[in-house]
Structure formats: C-alpha cells, structure tokens
Design a binder for this molecule. Structure first.
Ligand SMILES: Cc1cc2nc3c(=O)[nH]c(=O)nc-3n(C[C@H](O)[C@H](O)[C@H](O)COP(=O)(O)OP(=O)(O)OC[C@H]3O[C@@H](n4cnc5c(N)ncnc54)[C@H](O)[C@@H]3O)c2cc1C
Ligand SMILES: NC(=O)c1ccc[n+]([C@@H]2O[C@H](COP(=O)([O-])OP(=O)(O)OC[C@H]3O[C@@H](n4cnc5c(N)ncnc54)[C@H](O)[C@@H]3O)[C@@H](O)[C@H]2O)c1
Length: 467
C-alpha cells in the first residue's frame, strides 16, 4: 500500500490542476512544494507579478489616458518601485491564499520541501531544516517547471544584472536598461520599463521578434515601443555582460559595447528536471532540463507523468493547467478528451497582443488562400471613448467556405477579445455568423462585425469581377 495514490511535485498551474483533478476523483493526493513557492513561478515570480506590474504601470503612468488629456498626463510624477511592488505583493498574497484554500478543501496534502526520486515509486522530501522524509505513491506527476537560464558569461548580482525573477526586487526604476532576448518575457518587460521612462535597448539574436505573431501587428508594436524611446538591435548576440560600480556593460559578438544602469537577461529558461535524481526512477532529462512525454503526458516510465513547462513548448500557464488536469485523469483511468488544438496566445506588452489560429505568413507558406477583414479601433465608438486610436482586429477568412482561419488583435482588451474568435472557430462557425450577429454598442467586440463585413465586402468584390 502506497502512502498516496497520486503524488505531484510542484504547485504551479500544472501541479495544482493535476492534484485537484485527482482529488475530485477521490484519490489520496499530496503536492510537494518548496517553502515560499506555493503557486509556482506563475504566482511568485512570473505571470502574476508581471501582469500586476503592467497594470500598475499603465495606471500610474496614465499612458492610456494621454490621447484625451495630453502627452504629459500622469497619475503620479515620481513612480517608485514601492508604488509598483505594493500592488504586486498584495495580489501575490491573495492568490497564494486562494491556492492554499483550494488545496485544503479538496483534501490535498501539502508536503513542504524539495522532492527527488529515491526509486520509481518513492520520493524523498528534504525540508529546509535538513530533515528527509520518504513518501511513496502509485502515480507520480512531475510539474517542477523551469528557472531563468544563467550563462556563466553573465555576471548576475540580482541588482545591476538581473533575470526576470529579480525584476520585482529592483531598488529603483533605472534610467537605462538593456534587455537581452526579445522573447515574450523580454518584450513584456521592455514595454513596461519604456512606459516608466527608462531608456531601453533590446538586443535579440534573431532578425525579428515574436516571429510566431502576425507581422503587421509586430510592426505596430515596434512603432509604439520606438515612440517610447526603445532601441532595437536585431541580429546581434550578447556574448557577455560585465558588472561595474556605475552600471553594466553588454559586450556583443559584433564587438559593440552597450552600457546601462541595469541589464535584464531574458534569453530563455532551463527545466528543473535535472535536479530530481531522475536516474533513480529510470528517467532522464535533455540538456535543457526538460522531460519528454507521450500524448497522455506519460514519461518513459508508465506511472510517472510530466506536465507544464518541464515538457517544453508552449510553456504557458494556460496550457500547463490543462495538461495537469488531463494527466491526472489519465493516471486515474478517467476518460478525457485531448486538449483542443485551438490555443490562444496572449502577450501583455503595452499595447497588448493576442491571437488564435494561423498567421498570414503560415497560411501563405501552406498555400491556403485567405481574405483579410480589418477593424480599426479608431473607427469604433468605443475606441474613441477610451482613447485607443491604434488598436485593430484582423480576421483571416477562407474564401472557400467562410471559416475563420485566424484572429489577430492588437490594443486594449486584446487578450480578452480574442476568445470571441476562438469560440466561433472552435464551433466551426463562419464569417456569416459575425456578419449577422448583433453586438452591444458601443463595444470593442463590435470590431468582429466590422472586420467580418470588411472581409465579406472584399470577397464579394472579387466574386463580382470574376463573374
Ligand atoms: C515573467 C514571466 C511571465 C509570464 N507570463 C505568462 C502569461 O502572461 N501567461 C501565461 O500563460 N504564461 C506566462 N508565463 C509562463 C508561466 O508562468 C508558466 O508557463 C507556468 O508557471 C508553468 O507552470 P508549471 O506548473 O509548469 O510550473 P511553475 O509555475 O514553474 O512551478 C513549478 C513549481 O515546482 C516547484 N519545484 C521545482 N522543483 C521541485 C522539487 N524538486 N520539489 C518540489 N517542488 C519543486 C517550484 O518551486 C515551483 O513552485 C510567464 C512566465 C514568466 C517567467
Ligand atoms: N504572455 C505570455 O504568455 C508569456 C509571458 C512571458 C513568458 N512566457 C513564456 O515564458 C517562456 C520563456 O520566455 P523567454 O522570453 O525567456 O524565452 P524565449 O526562449 O522565448 O526567448 C528568448 C529570446 O532570447 C534570444 N536570445 C537568446 N540568447 C541570446 C543572446 N545571447 N543575445 C541576444 N538574444 C538572445 C532568443 O533568440 C529568443 O528570441 C516562454 O515559453 C514564454 O512563452 C509567456
């Protein structure tokens, strides 16, 4: 008899949902988590702090109100780290309470410490005080996530040279900052600091950023960031970063040296699989600390599952939660459907970006014809009311059957609005539904109807010419 039916390592989004799903199926469940990390990277250092910080930045800088009240409008003149962190700590604290209470009321035992394999059914849990407890389980779900990658050529000190974990501990808003890596983390923070008035330089190895997004939208984002004094250096690789008494210097492979008060290194993350003594369970991680799984999230050892960032792409809180639930159902022999293919992406830059489905480039490459329907916020009454003149929604529509192939949104509310398109696509709806639907007025959701009519008009025009 094992101590638990299901043992989960890690209490981030994937671990939480795995544990609760198994508990709902009446299994005896425990989660192992390190002290002060309940909720994982998501709650403590990643998604939630960064999104709360963004909200505070947008509010305090008055950025979204400047169209109405002028370029100098600010809610507060001297925005301090204290102003920003107060809100972040409050939200983190409340979220941790919510998670604790959910685990408790579902009778999930919380074992505090670091878990590592002793054998394939036994995990030893080491608490901070050096005590070790062995726990056995029939099924084990690994949900241990990632940490920021820290190359030895970068002289991190968590003050001048930081990674995304360190950003919430900054002592003051820097005058200048170098962001290494224009991935989602780099660009989200670059836009927040630029909005705060920091002079930001982004260095990215590739020739463009966020290449999985719509090109036109990324061009608009770059325009906005440049307007906030962001400098981009694409096609440049940071070879090393040196710390100096008055700041830091990034040395690029091209020989250039760039100086700034602070360097934020956001060039990828490392999985924590390598820290689990996997060999004791007959498992191994790849060189980025990740673990491979099959379509049911099983590792090569059938009763051991892995979910969330530790299994790699897409490495989002949104998808991780669903992977956790599905893995738990499989482990408990409960029938489950596969995860839906349509997964939205939300990028919380300022302004924000969101999309679902395919991009114009992907469709063109796959030789799938499409028509584009566009709605611009400045032509919507709600856009005028809120002072968003740059936002847009773009529908990619199949001229063959009117199905939506992709929805791309830029501007206020993008990450929420995208779900209307996702629902229409998920239910196999066509552009006709959006043309005929009545939306509340004045709303940003109305952009769906405007874009649908635009696509429809273009398709009709081609049809007229052709007949
Ligand atoms: C700055 C930033 C912003 C982000 N923004 C977004 C966003 O807006 N939207 C989005 O969807 N995603 C976002 N993400 C990604 C999201 O945070 C992750 O995809 C998500 O947290 C992954 O969840 P997880 O369950 O795999 O593990 P994590 O959240 O990484 O948690 C893993 C947990 O496992 C614990 N652990 C590790 N090893 C052990 C061990 N040996 N024993 C016990 N416990 C262990 C860790 O302490 C940690 O608490 C962001 C990430 C970052 C860094
Ligand atoms: N809104 C969201 O959904 C959200 C927000 C933040 C993070 N995340 C997730 O967190 C994960 C990690 O994000 P990330 O941005 O750290 O990683 P990433 O791997 O996506 O981006 C890292 C970038 O750094 C560049 N790079 C690497 N080494 C470099 C060097 N030496 N010099 C210059 N450029 C270099 C890479 O080319 C890449 O573009 C991702 O999976 C992301 O999806 C999601």
């Amino acid at each position: 008899m094992y101590d638990f039916d299901v043992l989960v390592l890690g209490s981030g989004p994937s671990g939480q949902k795995a544990a609760i799903a198994a508990a709902k199926l009446d299994r005896r469940v425990a989660i192992v988590e390190r002290r002060n990390m309940i909720g994982g990277v998501c709650i403590n250092t990643g998604t939630i702090p960064s999104k709360t910080l963004r909200e505070a930045v947008v509010y305090l800088t008055g950025l979204n109100q400047r169209e109405m009240y002028g370029r100098d409008y600010r809610v507060k003149d001297d925005i301090t780290v204290g102003d920003l962190s107060a809100r972040t700590s409050h939200v983190i604290g409340r979220e941790i309470e919510v998670i604790r209470s959910q685990l408790q009321r579902n009778r999930v035992r919380l074992l505090t410490g670091t878990g590592r394999f002793f054998d394939e059914h036994t995990v030893s849990v080491n608490d901070d005080g050096g005590r070790e407890t062995k726990v056995t389980a029939e099924k084990i779900i690994l949900a241990v996530g990632t940490r920021p990658a820290r190359p030895s050529t970068v002289d991190f000190d968590d003050r001048t040279i930081i990674d995304s974990d360190g950003i919430i501990n900054l002592e003051h808003v820097p005058n200048s900052m170098i962001v290494v890596g224009a991935g989602v983390i780099g660009i989200e923070y670059a836009s927040m600091f630029a909005a705060l008035g920091t002079k930001v330089t982004v260095v990215e190895r590739r020739d463009r950023m966020l290449e999985f997004c719509d090109l036109e939208i990324i061009e608009s984002l770059k325009y906005h960031l440049r307007d906030l004094a962001v400098t981009f250096r694409f096609g440049e690789t940071v070879a090393s970063v040196e710390r100096h008494p008055r700041g830091a210097i990034a040395l690029l492979e091209s020989g250039k040296r760039i100086g700034a008060d602070t360097v934020m290194y956001s060039a990828g993350r490392q999985g924590l699989g390598s820290d689990l003594n996997l060999e004791n369970a007959g498992l191994e991680a790849d060189n980025r600390g990740r673990i491979s799984v099959n379509e049911h999230y099983q590792t090569t050892v059938d009763h051991i599952y892995a979910v969330g960032d530790i299994i790699g792409f897409p490495a989002l809180a949104s998808t991780s939660m669903e992977q956790g639930r599905l893995a738990a159902h499989h482990a408990c022999g409960e029938p489950a459907r596969d995860m839906h293919q349509l997964q939205p992406i939300g990028i919380y830059t300022i302004p924000e970006i969101s999309f679902v489905g395919r991009t114009e480039d992907e469709l063109t490459e796959a030789r799938i014809p499409f028509e584009v329907g566009i709605a611009r916020y400045r032509e919507l009454a709600r856009g005028q009311i809120i002072g968003d003149s740059y936002g847009m929604l773009k529908l990619l529509v199949s001229p063959d059957d009117g199905k939506l192939l992709g929805v791309h949104v830029f501007g206020t509310g993008a990450t929420e609005l995208v779900h209307i398109g996702q629902t229409v696509m998920g239910c196999d709806g066509t552009v006709d539904y959006l043309v005929d639907a009545v939306f509340n007025y004045p709303t940003l959701a109305e952009s769906y109807k405007v874009a649908a009519l635009d696509a429809m008009n273009k398709m009709r025009h081609i049809h007229r010419i052709a007949t």
